[in-house]
Design a protein. Structure first.
Length: 255
């Protein structure tokens, strides 16, 4: 079976010096493609260097993470222009995150709008990070529906009702990761209701490690564990989950 990890951070310091072994373990587990989320200018060059060494296996995104937005956000957005000629598969990870406070909430909203426009100009999907800012996000997506947005909400933690609302304003899929394996996770009920054709698999490695490895470092090789839980919740075979989610990812990101 073949899988695609639609969101990981192999250049995170957690994997320093272990990147090649990480990739080898993922390939051995059937995870043949791994999408690399961009954060900001501080680690972008390192991320592109790694993806360049693994064509057809690692695929880069380009974007300014909401947690990196501050008073210098416009300079960071300008910096993206240096990389738009590269073969990126999405504008991401971008979005809104008020979890640690709303000091730069206005700047986050403006940065998101600008990057939605960039995605539309480049005809690319978006990869969304959203935490504690659902209403503001829905408002911006509604305002930007003329852009014909398509993309996914990575590490989805919202409700089924929010998923339905999103479909009114674009072509959206949900990134499902290790949280779905947690005991009493409300995400399980969402996964039961959302069509498999709208689901992508991801790790967000090194974060959000699935059971039974919860509490340790996550990695792409654990994607089959997430697929198995989705299969259980959807009452289907893991082979069907692998085939459908791989197709979903390949179609959305042009892989």
């Amino acid at each position: 079976m073949e899988y695609i990890d639609t969101h990981s951070h192999i250049t995170d310091e957690a994997f320093a010096g272990e990147e090649e072994a990480y990739i080898a373990r993922a390939l051995a587990a059937g995870v043949t493609k791994m999408l690399q989320a961009d954060i900001d200018s501080r680690e972008r060059e390192r991320m592109f260097s790694l993806t360049d060494r693994h064509p057809g296996v690692l695929f880069p995104m380009l974007g300014l993470y909401p947690g990196s937005v501050d008073t210098r956000w416009e300079r960071e957005i300008e910096e993206l222009g240096r990389w738009t000629h590269r073969a990126v598969v999405a504008i991401g990870e971008i979005g809104l995150d008020y979890h640690y406070g709303a000091e730069f909430a206005a700047q986050q909203r403006e940065a998101l709008r600008v990057q939605f426009e960039l995605a539309a100009r480049l005809d690319l999907p978006v990869n969304i990070h959203l935490r504690d800012a659902t209403e503001d996000f829905l408002g911006i997506v509604r305002d930007c529906r003329h852009l014909g947005l398509r993309g996914n909400l990575h590490a989805y933690s919202g409700s089924y009702e929010t998923f339905l609302q999103l479909q009114r304003y674009g072509d959206w899929r949900l990134g499902i990761g290790g949280v779905v394996t947690f005991k009493k996770a409300s995400l399980a009920e969402v996964v039961r209701k959302v069509p498999l054709e709208r689901i992508l698999l991801e790790t967000d490695a090194p974060y959000l490690t699935p059971v039974p490895y919860r509490g340790s470092r996550n990695e792409s090789a654990y994607i089959p564990l997430i697929a198995a839980k989705v299969a259980e919740l959807k009452s289907c075979s893991i082979a069907e989950v692998a085939e459908t989610t791989t197709h979903n990812a390949a179609e959305l990101f042009g892989l």
